[in-house]
Design a protein around this ligand. Structure first.
Ligand code: GDP
Ligand code: IMO
Ligand code: MG
Length: 431
């Protein structure tokens, strides 16, 4: 039986997961998104042509791969339809290869309004969400009042559910958040349109996956966001509203945990973060500016500048064991080309003590001072390298040090945005 692989982010998102998922789906028959929603922005570059995906799994550019949106994903039907249209305009047959679980919570326009109104109300304590309604949709799921994709197919039941839900949202918007209410009838009309447009794509994803797995075909589980944004294990409350860690690959798609044989942890060779929250290795100097400009560190979803800093091995090591990472992928090595000295955070200093594991509490984390190990940089470019032997010695030493600190084998190195700018030392699918 072929192995099944989870690919997920080990930092605060934007590690280059999309590129790696696209690359590895050459060995898979199906790709499954299992959490998050269109807060994600996954960039694929093939032969210089760039595609940014949000809700559609990053296997879509491979015609033989089926793309599943599992029950753990919150779905904004309008965003999904817009993304499908865009792909089809680019000549990609998307509609016939995307399958959405009827158990996915629906993101309604009133979730978006609530997300944005809450952020405004938080003022300087805002989380810096993507404003896509992600948090409110997950809240409704946990409160057992949310609308699910399957309900869009039963118009009478859907109508009364939506009217009730939007009435509740309007109460919160008006009375609590001093914001405008939405026209509930207009939301019902949208739901009707979404149900008609999406009905062929709504299928029991768990059953489909069971069939694919029984046939011995390989499945890739695509994470969104990153481990440090996990609702339980991340820098709470500056996190997203889902579990971004490997356990969610099973619960968010409807497969058993023993299905997952390999967990690829994707890390950038440095660290970035979008939105608020503690970031011990953040840089405010010319090196930070270099990482931001050479790495084109602008959010793929919101276009916001990403905060940049040195590699944080303390946070990443914890993230690796939280996920059972047994395969490491380092991306954006080329962005460090020409930096005279590279630094890795190997400990935190907090109230005079040296910590090797990050504190669970975000307030304590925000008081941590990074302790750095300094390594020589490299002048020769790594950009576009396709073999380990093409890399300068200092770059290889840096990679080896990261793998040692994270206690995981280095399997993939990415040296540029394009699919082909990659060094594969071992294929996580074992082929
Ligand atoms: P994701 O959310 O984890 O899929 O990552 P994003 O797509 O949001 O951000 C990663 C960015 O880095 C994208 O613009 C990619 O095209 C780009 N990228 C990925 N790998 C590399 C790499 O090895 N080198 C460089 N220079 N860019 C890369
Ligand atoms: P990908 O999959 C980076 C961040 C937001 C904010 C926090 C909560 O491209 O790596 P949300 O809208 O989820 O309620 O926002 O999470 N965030 C991301 N940061 N990459 C992402 O996705 C992100 N998705 C959410 O910036 O700080
Ligand atoms: Mg991204």
């Amino acid at each position: 039986m072929a192995g099944n692989v989870v690919v997920l982010g080990i930092q605060w998102g934007d590690e280059g997961k999309g590129k790696i998922v696209d690359l590895l789906t050459e060995s898979a028959r199906a790709v499954v998104r299992f959490q998050g929603g269109h807060n994600a922005g996954h960039t694929l570059v093939i032969g210089g042509v760039k595609t940014v995906l949000h809700l559609v799994p990053s296997g879509i550019l491979r015609p033989e791969v089926r793309c599943f949106v599992g029950n753990g994903v919150v779905v904004a039907p309008d965003a999904l339809l817009a993304e499908i249209n865009e792909l089809e305009l680019a000549g990609i047959d998307a509609r016939s290869r995307i399958f959405v679980s009827p158990a996915c919570p629906v993101i309604l326009p009133s979730h978006v309004a609530l997300d944005q109104a809450r952020e405004r109300a938080r003022g300087s304590n805002a989380i810096g969400t993507t404003g896509r309604g992600i948090g409110p949709a997950y809240e409704d799921k946990a409160a057992r009042r949310g609308l699910r994709m399957g309900e869009l197919l039963d118009l009478p039941a859907c109508t009364s559910h939506v009217l009730e839900l939007v009435e509740y949202h309007n109460f919160l918007l008006r009375k609590l958040l001093n914001s405008d209410a939405l026209d509930a009838a207009a939301v019902v009309a949208q739901c009707q349109m979404w149900g008609e447009a999406l009905s062929p794509m709504i299928v029991d994803v768990a059953s489909e996956l069971e069939r694919i797995l029984k046939a011995g075909e390989a499945v890739l589980f695509e994470g969104a966001q990153g481990t440090l944004l996990d609702i339980d294990h991340g820098t709470y409350p500056f996190v997203t509203s889902s579990n971004t860690t490997a356990g969610a690959a099973a619960s968010g798609s409807g497969v058993g945990p023993l299905t997952l044989s390999r967990v690829v942890g994707v890390v950038k060779a440095y660290t970035t973060r979008v939105g608020s929250g503690p970031f011990p290795t953040e840089l405010f100097d010319s090196v930070g500016d270099h990482l931001a400009s050479k790495g084109h560190e602008l959010g793929a979803t919101t276009g916001r500048p990403r905060r940049c800093g040195w590699f944080d091995a303390v946070a990443a090591r914890r993230a690796c064991w939280l996920n059972s990472v047994n395969s490491l992928c380092v991306t954006k090595l080329d962005v460090l080309d020409g930096v005279p000295q590279v630094q890795i955070c190997t400990g935190y200093r907090l109230d005079g003590a040296l910590l090797e594991t990050p504190p669970v509490d975000s307030r304590a984390l925000s008081r941590c001072e990074p302790v750095y190990e300094v390594m020589p940089g490299w002048e020769q470019p790594t950009a576009g390298a396709k073999r380990l032997s093409d890399l300068p010695t200092a770059a290889r030493c840096y990679l080896e040090r990261l793998a040692t600190l994270l206690e995981a084998p280095l399997d993939i190195v990415s040296t540029g945005p394009d699919r082909q700018d990659t060094i594969v030392l071992r294929n996580p699918f074992g082929q």
